[in-house]
Write a protein that binds this ligand. Structure first.
Ligand SMILES: [Zn+2]
Length: 387
């Protein structure tokens, strides 16, 4: 009995040790034997780590015993992130490039240089009865998700972006920013009420924790994770990977055509802006856990393309001299964004198309190609014409 106790104590101690070294207890084992992928995907899961360049990825890996879910991706390319009017992009132009396939000016959300709205891939797939979702760790109306479902001249038009979502018919929305839907400054409208009238179940993490959600298959779901911005990972935020695991199951059941899910690790960028290397690593590892959920799903199903990229690098981050494995020293060259090329990781059917170096707008066109979509027409333009 005593020796049994001793063994179990030693085992617990070992677990504690491992737990201290790494905050991920993921095996990274995928059963890839005999796996068969379809030729073309039915579903796309697009994960954008805002501000996640190669150094952010390297720092997360070297802080996590040299391992990442990202290391499972067999196909890697690079995109050029520049905006139409500036070499260094912001998240609005960067998001619009990936969502809509056009280079636009910094600050523009789902609109071209002349302010003309451009249809996003999410909106196009929604019109074809795919189910669609967006899961983010910022407010749900922040620049990156907004580029996929809103059309505004300026990214700061959060309350107007919330109005656009009323018409966007996204099946699943998870993120912060309830304040832009209720107790609004620009009008007295109660968008929570209006979303409910449009067929949404609206829930709030304050009252229903995510593991208590009854996922409404006959309705859409809007789930707020904060009134303003969600917490940082170090502040206790931990919903992203769980939301992705549940979200793909939900979207899969909501349509037999397929689904498109956008996932954003939003706060990697903010840690870069704050030149907080440890924060960058924690946010990137949180994002990597969501990536792990996505590739496990894709590996099991064989019909899902998983893409991971960023809109841009920020911080000009470096890993400094005297760094050691799991003990890194960070440097930063800026509080803003940089123009470095950004890696694109692809897993699953259609992934081969994502090799090479290309513009960020090509990600949009490549996604359309692998889904077999027809000639591109912009019905939001005053003169709809094919391009
Ligand atoms: Zn930024």
């Amino acid at each position: 009995m005593y020796s049994l106790l001793k063994i179990s104590f030693a085992f617990t101690f070992l677990l504690l040790l491992v737990g201290c070294k790494s905050n991920i207890s993921i095996s990274y084992d995928l059963d890839e034997k005999g796996k068969e992928f379809q030729d073309y995907p039915t579903n796309i899961i697009l994960l954008i780590g805002d501000g996640m360049g190669l150094t952010q990825i390297s720092a997360a890996m070297y802080s996590n015993n040299n391992r990442l879910a990202l290391a499972k991706f067999p196909v890697i390319g690079f995109h050029k992130s520049h905006a139409a009017n500036e070499l260094i992009t912001d998240s609005a132009a960067g998001g619009t490039a990936i969502a809509c396939g056009i280079k636009t000016n910094n600050g523009n959300i789902g609109t071209d240089e002349n302010g003309i709205p451009t249809l996003s891939i999410l909106e196009e797939l929604d019109s074809m009865n795919f189910s669609t979702g967006m899961i983010v760790t910022s407010t749900i109306v922040h620049a990156t998700p907004a580029a996929f479902a809103a059309h505004r001249a300026r990214r700061e038009m959060y309350e107007e972006i919330a109005l656009d979502y009323l018409d966007a018919n996204v099946d699943l929305l998870i993120g912060g920013g309830r304040q832009y839907f209720q107790n609004r400054e620009m009008d007295d409208r109660d968008l929570v009420n209006e979303f409910e009238n449009k067929g949404y179940v609206v829930m709030d993490q304050l009252y229903t924790t995510m593991n208590k959600i009854k996922w409404p298959l006959d309705k859409n779901l809007l789930y707020f994770t904060a009134d303003k911005q969600p917490l940082t990972v170090s502040g206790g935020r931990d919903y992203l990977s769980f939301a992705v695991r549940q979200g793909v199951q939900y979207l899969e059941q909501k349509s037999n055509k397929g689904f498109f899910l956008l996932v954003e690790g939003s706060q990697i960028d903010w840690m870069n802006h704050a030149n907080d290397g440890r924060g960058v690593v924690m946010e990137t590892l949180d994002f990597d856990r969501a990536i792990w959920e996505a590739i496990q799903y894709a590996n099991k199903k064989g019909n899902t393309l998983v893409l991971v990229t960023a809109d841009h690098e920020s911080g000009g981050m470096s890993i400094e001299a005297e760094s050691r494995m799991n003990k890194l020293k960070y440097g930063f060259t800026t509080n803003g964004h940089t123009a470095a090329m950004i890696p694109v990781f692809a897993y699953g059917p259609g992934s081969n198309l994502f090799r090479g170096i290309y513009e960020n707008t090509s990600i949009y066109h490549k996604m359309r190609t692998v889904l077999g979509l027809k000639e591109r027409i912009n019905p939001l333009s005053p003169n709809p014409s094919s391009e």
